[in-house]
Design a protein around this ligand. Structure first.
Ligand SMILES: Nc1ncnc2c1ncn2[C@@H]1O[C@H](COP(=O)(O)OP(=O)(O)O)[C@@H](O)[C@H]1O
Ligand SMILES: [Mg+2]
Length: 365
């Protein structure tokens, strides 16, 4: 069990810079999720930590040791991939113990470790089965079991659940979280799925184009994204972004969103936003902060009326799509509060949850 430290880590593939200088410290026992769109450099970063990819420049430190040139087997970390090849002719027990047998670990010790790992993974009753007698989720657990028995310093996961169907993915997600709570080990978990990252991780790293956009706890990342990219990437349905300008009106700031929708910005934001008046800006608000009209519980709530364009009932609430200044905007309303498509509806928007994005820097102000 060890901390992992990345110092200005870079990777060039010929002319492409896949990873452009990553600095990151993953403390002992942390569950860290690396998330970002396809091609942003997640797998390359993970593979450099594992030793499966050479490092162009920078350092990978595991524990107190620089491991840049160490062979993967000498780094004492376990990697679990999306495609987990189990040996089809071996039982679960044999699959899990194979690596230890190769290392000539004593039989009694192998037995104890396999039983312990099987217990943790809830697969004790499957130990004598062969892979083809297992479901996808059970196979995935066996693949993890194979890593657990080695008792590695850290686990690296690269999209381990991508091949599973939606329901199983959610079940395995909980399994992996439980596993981490039991095992107390350092985990780096790569996924393109922001929900997986949010639900699993102690901290999330959002990557984009080979760089880190933001490192934060899931809730902070959601509540306080620092860039336009993170604001749009984390959260589903995505944050609404509407072109706006801020105007000063008798001491107050007003966000003009078009369609005649002028919203007075909360006074505690006036100072922070004052340099951005009369400039093209982007107004960001999450769907759940636009609801059916409600009694106000804070001074930053405003009401407005818009035509309902599309309704999507989700059971617990209903997504209401409207159009503001030609842009699609989603709201989250109580199921029985919505009007019919084509009719006007009253909404309450909570501006204490607004984000103001500067399109020249793509930073959240
Ligand atoms: N072996 C390789 N040779 C050349 N380019 C590669 C290689 N592996 C990955 N890349 C490129 O590096 C970038 C990052 O890839 P990768 O780390 O696999 O992204 P992710 O895992 O985030 O989807 C991509 O542009 C990809 O095309
Ligand atoms: Mg990848």
């Amino acid at each position: 069990m060890a901390r992992i430290l990345l110092k200005n880590l870079r990777k060039m593939y010929d002319d492409t810079e896949a990873v452009r200088g990553i600095d990151l410290e993953i403390p002992h026992n942390e569950f860290l999720a690396l998330v970002g769109p396809s091609g942003c450099g997640k797998s390359t970063t993970l593979r450099m930590i594992a030793g499966l990819e050479s490092i162009t420049s920078g350092e990978v430190i595991i524990g107190d040791r620089v491991v840049n040139t160490d062979q993967p087997k000498d780094r004492d970390i376990a990697m679990v991939f999306q495609n987990y090849a189990l040996y089809p002719h071996m039982t679960v027990y044999q699959n899990m113990s194979f690596g230890l047998r190769l290392k000539r670990v004593a039989k009694a010790q192998i037995h104890a470790r396999v039983l312990e790992a099987a217990e943790i993974l809830n697969i004790t009753e499957l130990l004598q089965r062969r892979p083809k007698q297992l479901s996808g989720g059970q196979r995935q657990r066996v693949a993890m079991g194979r890593s657990i028995v080695r008792n590695p310093q850290a686990f690296l996961f690269d999209e381990p659940l991508s091949n599973l169907d939606a329901k199983l993915r959610v079940q395995m997600r909980t399994q992996i979280k439980k596993l981490h709570q039991k095992m107390k080990t350092t985990v780096i978990y790569v996924t393109h799925d922001q929900v997986e990252a949010m639900t699993l991780a102690d901290r999330i790293v959002v990557m984009n184009g080979g760089r880190i956009e933001q490192v934060d706890t899931p809730q902070n990342m959601y509540d306080h994204p620092t860039t336009k990219f993170v604001a749009g990437f984390i959260g589903s349905p995505a944050m609404n972004m509407i072109a706006c300008t801020l105007e000063r009106r008798s001491g107050a700031l007003v966000a003009r969103l078009g369609n005649g929708l002028d919203l007075e910005v909360p006074t505690d934001r006036t100072e922070k936003y004052t340099d951005y008046t009369e400039k093209p800006m982007i107004f960001g608000i999450r769907p759940e902060h636009i609801t059916e009209k409600r009694a106000h519980v804070n001074a930053a709530q405003r009401d407005f009326s818009e035509i309902v364009r599309v309704l999507e009932p989700m059971g617990v609430d209903t997504m209401v799509f409207l159009e503001i200044n030609g842009e699609e905007v989603s709201a989250r309303a109580a199921p029985h509060s919505v009007n019919r498509v084509g009719e006007a509806m009253e909404f309450t928007i909570d501006l204490s949850k607004m984000h103001l994005i500067d399109p020249t820097s793509d930073r959240v102000i």
